[in-house]
Design a protein around this ligand. Sequence first.
Ligand SMILES: NC(=O)c1ccc[n+]([C@@H]2O[C@H](COP(=O)([O-])OP(=O)(O)OC[C@H]3O[C@@H](n4cnc5c(N)ncnc54)[C@H](O)[C@@H]3O)[C@@H](O)[C@H]2O)c1
Length: 409
Amino acid sequence: MYIFKAAVIGAGAMGAEIAQVISFSGLPVVLKDVDQAMLDKGMARIRKIYQGRVDKGKMSAGEMDGKLSLVTPALTYGDFGDVDIVIEAVPETMKIKQAVLTEIAKAVPEATLFASNTSALSISEMGRYSGRPGKMIGMHFFNPAHVMKLVEIIPGLDTTQETVDDVVQFTESLRKIAVVVQECPGFLVNRLLVPYLNEAVLSLQEGAASANEIDQKMQEWGMPMGPFFLMDMLGLDVCAHVGLYLEQEYGSRMHGAELFVELVKAGRLGEKSGAGFYGYGNETDEPTKKMIADLQAGGKVRKGLPGFDPDRLIMPLINEASLCIEERIASLNDIDMAMVAGTGMTYGGERIGPLAVADFIGLDVVVAKLEELQKKHGERFRPSRTLRTKVRAGHLGRAAGKGFHEYSA
Ligand SMILES: NC(=O)c1ccc[n+]([C@@H]2O[C@H](COP(=O)([O-])OP(=O)(O)OC[C@H]3O[C@@H](n4cnc5c(N)ncnc54)[C@H](O)[C@@H]3O)[C@@H](O)[C@H]2O)c1
């Protein structure tokens, strides 16, 4: 199916940028919200992105006007009679999404595809509310959508292969990298990132090192930014919400750190609120340090020995990636590509994902490190069955010619 016109519901942080991405590809797009102020803000955001291109000499003012004219702001469904795909980016609660899907179903033709930008909610469940489960799919853009190349494509239980193919093709026409991911809580990138980020907070609250030291070490390791800087940017309320959901779904290996709860309770939500792990503007990180001291003094968190090793964050990320292989959530290459495109991770100067990193380190070394961490910190580090089996089979990674990937001599 060729897509001639699109619609985005919700003109917030994600919706506005998704509409910009669609208009940039040359397609007309309706941007709908229920709130005129949000709609104005969304349109202003789109104009600002284009203006940035004009200022950098990447586009003329005339071209900008042409692209802007492709975006139609709307408060009603009046312009939805000929849209081929609708992407919803309304707030992350199933109740709101359900109401919106039911409304859209009445406003669009039978053949229209339904996509959701949800970060975690069930696409299969949304399929029920859409009234056309075969045409419902997850289309998970990353923030900021006009910059980040990755889009996770998530079929629900009833999504047809035709819908998957159409949406992958549409995503590629937006000049994005589409990675098909089977439905699971957190999908792929967030599922792998949560244990990594959580372990950073646990290390901090146990007193292993300061936030700044941990951020620096992770950047030296090959991450484009440290975990605390990243969480402050994402918003600690958002991280806590996703973390809690993954803990409910996966159990104790995703157990959230206590410091998160304290920071959110105190309104330290990250950069957007002026303070999170760090302080911004006139704020400092002293209140965060005091919270850690209080948690430790109250015996509410474990007090560990000083000293931080990046392996504590990287090994659970690799382990979770290997569980995704076991569960067939995505292919080997897609997992690595999604993590590179979604997080910007590198290793030894190469842009490689977690499974290729494991091959580089040696799977026997990865298993030994996980077992050591398991003894020190608990069951959440238990090496996956896949990792153990590969080690037993001698598939030890790059040096052995075969690990997760295969290598020619
Ligand atoms: N913010 C992120 O970093 C991020 C990243 C990836 C995915 N997501 C997902 O994208 C979705 C939107 O997130 P966001 O951060 O853009 O939210 P947001 O709160 O910035 O924007 C939501 C918008 O939806 C509008 N809205 C509410 N009810 C509506 C309705 N019934 N009809 C039309 N519009 C309605 C609101 O007025 C608001 O403008 C969520 O599902 C979220 O999980 C967010």
